[in-house]
Write a protein that binds this ligand. Structure first.
Ligand code: ZN
Length: 410
């Protein structure tokens, strides 16, 4: 494979791939691995020669990843998630071709596992024995799980007001969990700095090899649709790292000639914390921090997304767009997804809420093929279920038949 570098997404300055600090020294924008063109040139060969049930994403797409070594034992079989055609949702949303990329079935129930697995390879190859992350939920669980599997000391930094309900699923993997008092947005940058000084590789939300992990979502969508690229791919967006990876994945397949066009990317934020949308709407080049974020699900409420500026640049370059939905629309969509048998967290359901809105105002056409990325499971956020009003029935053993018959007669 041709030697690759990191490229600054802001000023294009090059850095060697053995660097761990993920931002540019000059302009401080995020670094990204240069576009990688895999060695497989014909999709026919690509499908038939490489497929086995025991693969992981770094087996299947190895030539698209500039890693000097790959330790397959670290895999928990992340990725290869189902792309599910919808039944009821298609008619509810009046859309002929709606697919759900169900990331809730990853090993720790969110898309984060793809990036954690790929990042861990980079950390191991550089000789790191300690990893860490800053997270309010999904990424903390993912890094703690993979850190345990890799037998690496793992530091999880969380906000001091994080509820026990979210902390316990992290602690089961026995990481060093530190609750930090202070500005959560600043924690991202401080952790990177302290990581450099103390020999901890921080796998934060948009570090280059985490973004590389997200590429595999696009690779899989292309394969699952027989290389018939959807018109729209709709992504819940917080830090911007996952959206960047998905855009890059489609670009790499496009530049390799495996697909003949790019999908239109739609990033979705919650109204109460939408810094990328605000900058998009105001035609600003840079995002401004949200001072008082108010959003129902912290997984999609980063008040100062570290990849915000770069995502704006990419969306403008490739005809993408950003939209918002309300907390209530996210909750309503959580129920809509359940109609298809999928239990997503509200942060993941926003992609459905956005499609509903864009379909209603005519931006998405009935015949357009749409893929909604369902980023994470609802299981880890059971507290949010109190916001819904679900019904149930009660009876005794004696009155059970009577009860069931009365329901059947309704
Ligand atoms: Zn730069």
């Amino acid at each position: 494979m041709e030697k690759k570098n990191f490229l600054c997404t802001g000023c294009q300055k090059k850095y060697p791939l053995d660097r761990t600090f993920p931002r540019c020294d000059d302009c401080f924008e995020p670094l990204e691995v240069e576009i990688t063109q895999g060695e497989i040139s014909k999709k026919r060969n690509y499908i038939s020669n490489n497929y086995t049930l025991n693969q992981n994403i770094l087996d299947r797409y190895a030539s698209f990843y500039p890693l000097s070594r790959i330790n397959h034992k670290l895999s928990l079989r992340e990725g290869f998630t189902p792309l599910i055609p919808t039944n009821q949702l298609s008619s509810i949303l009046d859309l002929d071709n709606l697919y759900l990329k169900n990331e809730t079935v990853n090993p720790t129930w969110s898309f984060k596992d793809r990036g954690t697995f790929v990042c861990l390879q980079h950390a191991k190859n550089l000789g790191y024995t300690r990893i860490g992350t800053v997270s309010s939920g999904n990424m903390a669980v993912s890094v703690a799980a993979y850190g345990a599997r890799a037998n690496m000391q793992t530091f999880i930094l969380v906000s001091s007001d994080m509820p026990l309900e979210k902390i316990q699923p992290i602690l089961i993997y026995n990481p060093v969990l530190i609750k930090v008092k202070g500005d959560y947005g600043q924690l991202y940058y401080e952790s990177l700095k302290i990581g450099q000084e103390t020999g901890i590789y921080f796998l934060n939300s948009d570090v280059p090899f985490r973004v590389e992990g997200s590429k595999s979502i696009s690779f899989e969508i292309c394969e699952q649709l027989g290389y018939d690229v959807p018109e729209y791919v709709v992504i819940p967006t917080s830090s911007g790292g996952n959206s960047r990876g998905i855009i890059k994945g489609f670009l790499e397949f496009y530049q390799q000639g495996l697909i003949n066009r790019l999908p239109r990317i739609i990033c979705v934020q919650l109204e109460g914390c939408a810094p990328i949308y605000q900058a998009w709407k105001n035609k600003d080049e840079k995002i401004s921090p949200v001072q008082e974020p108010k959003a129902i699900d912290h997984a999609i409420a980063n008040p100062y997304p570290p990849s915000g500026n770069e995502l704006l640049r990419k969306l403008r370059m490739y005809d993408g767009m950003v939209t918002t939905v309300s907390d209530n629309e996210a909750l309503e969509s959580q129920v809509l997804l359940a109609k298809e048998g999928i239990f997503a967290q509200p942060a993941a359901a926003v992609s459905i809420a956005a499609i509903k809105k864009l379909r209603a105002n005519g931006i998405i056409d009935k015949k357009n093929k749409c893929v909604a990325i369902i980023t994470g499971s609802g299981l880890k956020y059971s507290g949010i279920l109190n916001k819904h009003s679900f019904g149930s029935e009660t009876c005794t053993l004696k009155t059970m038949k009577e009860k069931i018959v009365s329901i059947l007669e309704k």
